[in-house]
Design a protein around this ligand. Structure first.
Ligand code: AMP
Ligand code: MG
Length: 486
């Protein structure tokens, strides 16, 4: 186990030419102190969690003293925000401290969010508040435990500084990590400025750094786009399966690695509602839950357009035709992943033709009756085809009970077709349907305690959500649906 001073750095992104980033170090935040460390993320760097807790670590993590071997930069990128192209975005409050080579041949970019002003801060103050930092910290680690690709969160720091938002809030810092933080918008920036050599350099960087096997393909750039299309399709299918709404799917928040990136006003659906909009400023519902799959394609289309100069030597129509073909892989991959995942949620091992319709009918029944999405799937594992009393606690959650009875009869017949044992099926279902997700009210409670200086609820949630599929009976209250205030 190492400490922060023992890390080995490569800083490959910082070595790219100007135009990809700006060299800028963090502006220290008064009284920055580490309030929580994720043991799982620390293990990825072979760091002892305790080595991140002392005052020396806080000075390095909080940006007061440099990380030995780091080379801090802020990334430059563009992006489509709510459908509008913004040519100049970039990390306005996040600074890559350095890129760590870990023992297993992996690379982890360490990025400090809330690190102060950068050349890309525009009107912002470069800071992050405790509230949003806690939400990103908990949700990154919770998503990972759910098996969904995401940036990770190594630790978070509280501070003595006040940050002005709608109210005065405590400032905080998040140290997050990913093999790369390159976004779709990174490509769009160079495309818009017609900087095609830089565009190619970026694609080469991403291929060599993150997709080295693609180097041997006949057309590595087309292969890169195919891979991003596939990963994005699978990512969004997983969001839909777990009921996660990202909230701000702008192209600058779309990871070239297919990771969940930039947690803002995200939410896990509680009462099933396909039109769920978690972002209060998204008045038109552009990023509503059920629009995420089509927005994923819209965003990939922006990426493909930015990659056109790389896709075909003749450019023009030939490149556009090539892009169209590659994008056509999105929908089938998303549907395949979603349908496979939905079958697993229902405890079905075989694929039958009527399965998507069976799942769709259950969702429709849930929609009409404000049924808690997470708990309904979790508790469906109680269902015993031979025991009608096992349906009762489930049917009581629906307003359309007759509808549920009809569905349950079909589900029972479907289960009998594959003769799965109740115990084995129940166990398999509990391995894919979480008992615990980061419900808004749970995060809110941890935030309110933390704002009073008590981080124990935050730690409890971090530990709970690192094992979302385990029953953890002492924590059963954390699976409850929100109280009236939540
Ligand atoms: P987001 O939608 O949070 O991903 O942010 C969009 C853009 O605004 C990015 O370029 C961010 O770096 C920038 N940004 C967001 N909040 C701040 C802030 N408080 N200070 C400076 N820049 C910010
Ligand atoms: Mg962002």
């Amino acid at each position: 186990m190492k400490g922060l001073a023992d890390l080995t750095f490569d800083n490959s992104f910082a070595q790219l030419p100007a135009g990809f980033h700006s060299r800028v170090g963090p502006t220290p935040l008064a009284g920055a102190h580490v309030v929580s460390v994720s043991p799982g993320a620390a293990a990825l760097l072979d760091l002892a969690p305790d080595s991140l807790r002392g005052p020396t670590a806080a000075r390095m993590l909080g940006g007061r003293t440099p990380l030995p071997g780091g080379d801090p930069v802020a990334m430059c990128y563009a992006g489509h925000q709510f459908g509008q192209f913004v040519p100049q975005l970039g990390d306005g409050r996040a600074i890559i401290l350095g890129e760590v080579l870990s023992g297993q041949g992996a690379r982890w970019e360490l990025q400090l969010k809330g690190a102060g002003l950068t050349p890309y801060s525009r009107d912002g103050d470069g800071r992050a508040v405790l509230r949003s930092t806690i939400r990103e910290y908990l949700c990154s680690e919770a998503m990972h435990a759910l098996g969904i690709p995401t940036t990770r969160a190594l630790c978070m720091l509280g501070s003595a500084e006040e940050v002005y938002r709608e109210r005065i809030e405590p400032g905080a810092l998040l140290l997050r990590m990913a093999p790369s933080h390159v976004r779709f918008g990174s490509f769009e920036g160079f495309f818009y400025r017609q900087q095609y050599p830089q565009l190619r350099r970026l694609a080469d960087y991403v291929i060599d750094h993150d997709y080295p096997v693609l180097r041997d393909q006949a057309d590595p750039y087309a292969a890169l786009l195919v891979e991003v299309v596939q990963r994005t399709a699978r990512l969004i299918a997983h969001w839909q399966l777990v009921g996660f709404a990202h909230g701000v799917m702008n192209t600058d928040n779309m990871s070239i690695l297919g990771l969940t990136l930039d947690y803002g006003p995200f939410g896990f659906m509680e009462s099933y509602d396909p039109g769920y909009v978690c972002n209060h400023s998204d008045h038109r519902g552009r990023y509503a839950f059920d629009r995420q799959p089509s927005i994923g394609l819209w965003n990939l289309t922006c990426l493909a357009q930015a990659m056109l100069p790389l896709l075909h030597p003749e450019g023009g129509d030939a490149a556009a035709e090539c892009a169209r073909e590659l994008l056509a892989g999105y929908e089938p991959e998303l549907r395949r992943t979603f349908e496979r995942g939905m079958r697993a949620k229902l405890g079905l091992r075989e694929a039958h033709r009527g399965d998507p319709a069976l799942a769709g009918r259950l969702l429709e029944l849930m929609e009409g009756g404000a049924v808690d999405y997470t708990n309904l799937f979790r508790d469906l594992a109680w269902f015993r085809p031979a025991d009608p009393t096992s349906f009762v606690p489930l049917r009581d959650r629906f307003t359309d009970r007759a509808g549920f009875d009809a569905w349950a009869a079909d589900y029972r017949d479907r289960l009998r077709l594959e003769r799965s044992g109740d115990a084995a099926r129940g166990e398999a279902m509990r391995a894919v349907n979480p008992r615990y997700v980061l419900r808004n009210y749970l995060a809110q409670r941890a935030i309110e305690d933390a704002e009073r200086g008590d981080y124990s609820e935050l730690e409890r949630l971090l530990a709970l959500l690192s094992r979302p599929f385990d029953e953890q009976p002492a924590m059963a209250a954390y699976a409850e649906e929100p109280p009236a205030w939540g």
